[in-house]
Design a protein around this ligand. Structure first.
Ligand SMILES: [Zn+2]
Length: 282
């Protein structure tokens, strides 16, 4: 059996409210032995930590750029205190999800940037890697990282240029690929997934968001009553198959490389995973 790490999945999301444990068990049965669960704002910090502990998964703590409108300096202070309190928790693997979003209209740019920098400072203080959200914002996030270098991490749902990819790699980051790469029309992203150095690539679902092509229904079809399939970590092996196909390599080989890369990006993972693999193989 091939084993996978879903390096980015929001398993605390309301979409999983009805069958959360069954969803996680189904992913495990599909070979997804480990999930990294990023936080989005103060309201879910305890939830992601609780789930990671309950399931042997890992978590990150942070404030997502899309949640910055409601976030203040008091939230940064609370985040700093919680990171400090959880500093020795082996399940805490990163600060995240943090970053910038210049795609969603109405977000306050300077406010987002201030909160990103405050969180990069926290990551530096604790020597933790970061999980980055870089939608239409690669250059601005790179600028912040150059000013406040951190211990690497993952640029998740990466969809930048090859030059931006190289810049993240040079700063010690891996790039996360998920459902978006399964769409045949995503030519630019598919080429990047095919040509990127193998050591730079990690796999993710971003569940319940970013459904892969086989779960996706267009807006027209949804209006006509078709139901959007719910994305979950159980989709990761099929996403890996798609990436392996693009690279012309065996799925096993790709999965092993992605596993190694995730461990390199998040140095606390290997300690947690040893137990997982033994349990999965037993
Ligand atoms: Zn996310």
């Amino acid at each position: 059996m091939t084993f996978f790490i879903d390096t980015h999945c929001h398993l605390d999301a309301a979409e999983f409210g009805a069958d959360r444990a069954a969803m996680r068990a189904a992913a495990r049965a599909a070979g997804v032995t480990h999930c990294v669960i990023p936080a989005v704002a103060r309201f879910n910090w305890n939830a992601v930590r609780g789930l990671a502990h309950a399931w042997g998964d890992s978590y990150a703590l942070g404030i997502h750029p899309m949640c910055t409108p409601d976030a203040t300096d008091a939230d940064i202070e609370a985040l700093g205190a919680l990171l400090h309190a959880c500093g020795e928790d082996s399940h805490l693997v990163a600060v995240g999800e943090i970053g910038l979003d210049y795609f969603v209209p109405g977000l306050d740019g300077p406010h987002q940037e201030r909160l990103l920098r405050a969180q990069l400072r926290l990551a530096r203080r604790l020597d933790l890697p970061v999980l980055l959200h870089v939608r239409k914002s690669c250059d601005r996030v790179l600028k912040a990282l150059r000013e406040l270098p951190v211990a690497g991490g993952i640029a998740h749902a990466f969809n930048g240029s090859p030059q931006q990819a190289q810049a993240f790699i040079a700063l010690g980051f891996k790039l996360g690929f998920g459902g978006a790469v399964t769409f045949e029309r995503a030519l630019h992203l598919r080429r990047l997934a095919a040509e990127l150095p193998l050591e730079a690539l990690v796999l993710e679902t971003d569940a319940p968001d970013i459904p892969p092509q086989w779960l996706y229904q267009s807006q027209e079809r949804r209006q006509a009553g078709a139901e959007q399939g719910r994305n979950s970590p159980a989709e990761l092996p099929r996403i890996a198959q798609a990436v392996a196909g693009l690279r012309g390599m065996a799925m096993d080989e790709l999965a092993q490389a992605a596993w190694r890369n995730a461990c390199a990006a998040l140095p606390r993972l290997p300690g947690l995973l040893r137990g997982d693999r033994i349990a999965a193989q037993g």
